[in-house]
Design a protein around this ligand. Structure first.
Ligand code: HEC
Ligand code: HEC
Length: 357
């Protein structure tokens, strides 16, 4: 829906004639994947894509923090606090549902990126700003031309495809856990190996955290407690109400807690259900859950051990302290050191002599 809203009317080049997006790369048959990711990297760190030039994708999805921000709740845009935690982008490529409440399918990653650019709680940008920036900033224009061809005109669809490709390019490397699951007996410490056994057995984690990204892509109710900060902070409260109103929830102004998937499915049974997140790199992305309720992995495990919160579909696990430690060691083994990544050097508006127009 947002891609349609964003499509610049004058867009006529290769990017806009691409078939409707299936995956970031399929959406961009004219671009070499490596060049598309390189363009995406330039754009990801560019704060001048936002409405007031104050924040980039990387302001919230910080590479040094596993592409999350280390805060319980995302700071949001100026004068618009967010009501959710910033999710990590590690393992994004293997997920099947996106956003904490699973309201987008993975095929709609471009729509998620477009929403990030235009939403008043994230970047408050628009199609015109984005296209102008690529035309005006030499570094962006050069990266654009390498990806889409010397003579192609910047379009919002091409920008979104590049950001999507870059976003999906992290956390896909093999971890010690992947090696252990392939049969390499020495890949894990004894404690992490025990954690893997518990994860797949007694603790029942793999029931939901399955597959390459350790997610089943489904909605579940764990009973994670509300984060009281959302109602204490009027800006965050307004964002919560607005989110429910935009999605067409019934009586959005009387909402007092994040209803999760119910806000978009409009089914009472989905109240408080959230999509299983990826666990790749999870040790780097505290605090945890859709509202940052838990500061550490040990707190997350203790929550599961209790059988979750009110109305949870979980059962108490009866883990002893050693077993809880083993599960934490396992999650740490899923989180190899982050690849060092630096921001591209800043770029001035300089004379591009109308190139790209
Ligand atoms: C102000 C902070 C902020 C900024 C800036 C921001 N994001 Fe996000 N991002 C979030 C939050 C919060 C969510 C989760 C929203 C939800 O679940 O409703 C999110 C979700 C996502 C997701 C879905 C991840 C998943 O696993 O479901 C992707 C992809 C993403 N953002 C990419 C981007 C890109 C690309 C940009 C820049 C164009 C960007 N974000 C800018 C805060 C931000
Ligand atoms: C019934 C399905 C289900 C089971 C079983 C399950 N999880 Fe989860 N897990 C989820 C969902 C859904 C979330 C997100 C909940 C939310 O944000 O409200 C989550 C969140 C997490 C997170 C936080 C991730 C982040 O980025 O914030 C961790 C860590 C985690 N689970 C580990 C485990 C471990 C370890 C086990 C086994 C003890 C387990 N899970 C069992 C569904 C499940």
């Amino acid at each position: 829906m947002f891609a349609a809203l964003l499509a610049a009317p004058e867009a006529t080049d290769a990017a806009s004639s691409a078939p409707s997006p299936i995956s970031p790369v399929a959406a961009a048959p004219a671009a070499r994947p490596v060049d598309l990711v390189a363009l995406g990297r330039e754009l990801f760190f560019e704060s001048r894509l936002s409405g007031d030039g104050s924040r980039s994708c990387a302001s919230c999805h910080a590479p040094g923090k596993g592409f999350a921000d280390g805060e319980p709740l995302s700071r949001g845009y100026n004068h618009a606090g967010h009501f959710r935690n910033t999710p990590s982008l590690l393992g994004l490529a293997s997920k099947s549902r996106l956003m904490w409440d699973g309201r987008y399918a993975a095929e709609d990653l471009s729509e998620v990126v477009a929403e990030m650019i235009v939403s008043p709680v994230t970047m408050n940008g628009d199609a015109h700003i984005v296209v102008e920036r690529v035309r005006q900033l030499p570094r962006l224009l050069h990266a654009w031309q390498r990806a889409w061809g010397e003579r192609s005109t910047p379009t919002v669809d091409g920008v979104v495809a590049a950001l999507a490709a870059y976003s999906a390019s992290h956390g896909n490397d093999e971890t010690p856990v992947d090696r252990a699951r392939r049969g390499d007996a020495d890949a894990l410490s004894a404690l992490a190996r025990e954690g893997l056994r518990l994860f797949e057995g007694k603790a029942g984690c793999a029931r939901c955290h399955s597959g390459d990204a350790f997610t089943d892509g489904r909605l579940h109710r764990l009973g994670v407690p509300d984060n009281p900060q959302i109602l204490r902070d009027p800006e965050r409260t307004v964002s919560l109400l607005r989110h429910h109103a935009v999605l067409g929830a019934r009586e959005p102004m009387s909402v007092r807690s994040d209803t999760g998937a119910q806000a978009w499915t409009h089914r009472a049974a989905d109240r408080g259900r959230f999509a299983t997140p990826s666990l790749r790199g999870v040790a780097h992305t505290a605090p945890y859950m859709h509202n940052g309720s838990f500061a550490t992995l040990a707190q997350v495990i203790a929550f599961y051990d209790r059988g979750g919160g009110p109305a949870s579909e979980l059962q108490p696990l009866g883990l002893d302290a050693h077993e809880r430690d083993a599960l934490v060691a396992f999650l740490e083994a899923l989180s190899p050191p982050l690849a060092p990544l630096s921001a591209p050097p800043a770029d001035d508006y300089a004379t591009t002599a109308g190139a790209g127009r």
